[in-house]
Ligand binder design. Structure first.
Ligand code: 5GP
Length: 181
């Protein structure tokens, strides 16, 4: 971990402010309704914890876990669900919360899979968005920050299970990412 060469991208304060803004927007959009917020494990757990505590509307929470098979930091598109939700979402308003959208393959899979259970509405909230790396067209409804290419860690995002606990977001220097691949 100490050897991980990284640069800060978003400070604790900047993240805190943006999460408050997003929660404000979501609360306005869903006024008078109750959300079911579904987090994608593990990466989204810190963002989701901060986001729901800043909401001005009630919500229930659930989680999915997925395994994405691919080499190193590259997603292959072969997404497999390894933990299902435990709540019925039929006729409910769903907010799917993810740490980062990269190729768009994971969220495309999850959105299609959730839609089969006939929710009343389904929107996606992503903390980070690497728009330029899409392999399939995918738009999240709420995005914290749009970033350029590069591998980021911290605030729930890991590198080989390291760095999730960091309260800031960092970008790894290229050499470190190549070691993983
Ligand atoms: P996608 O299917 O959109 O290519 O990939 C989304 C998943 O890839 C994210 O949930 C995350 O697990 C992983 N991912 C993509 N980019 C990064 C990154 O820069 N840092 C980390 N830690 N994970 C990433």
């Amino acid at each position: 971990m100490d050897k991980m060469d990284k640069e800060i991208l978003f400070s604790r304060d900047a993240i805190g402010r943006r999460v408050q803004e997003m929660a404000g927007q979501i609360s306005d959009d869903y006024q008078g309704r109750e959300l079911i917020v579904i987090g994608v494990l593990k990466g989204a757990f810190i963002f989701m914890a901060d986001l729901i505590r800043a909401l001005a509307i009630p919500c229930k929470v659930d989680f999915v876990r997925i395994a994405s098979y691919g080499a190193g930091s590259e997603s292959s598109g072969k997404v497999v669900l390894t933990k299902d939700i435990e709540t019925s979402i039929k006729g409910r308003d769903i907010l799917l919360v993810e740490d980062i959208v990269d190729t768009g393959l994971t969220l495309t899979y999850l959105v299609n899979w959730l839609k089969e259970r006939n929710p009343n509405s389904l929107r996606v909230c992503a903390f980070l968005d690497k728009r330029k790396r899409r392999k399939v067209s995918f738009e999240a409804d709420y995005v914290g920050f749009t970033i350029e290419d590069g591998f980021v860690v911290g605030y729930g995002l890991d590198f080989n299970e390291q760095a999730r606990f960091l309260p800031e977001v960092y970008i790894l220097k290229q050499e470190d990412v190549e070691v993983k691949e």
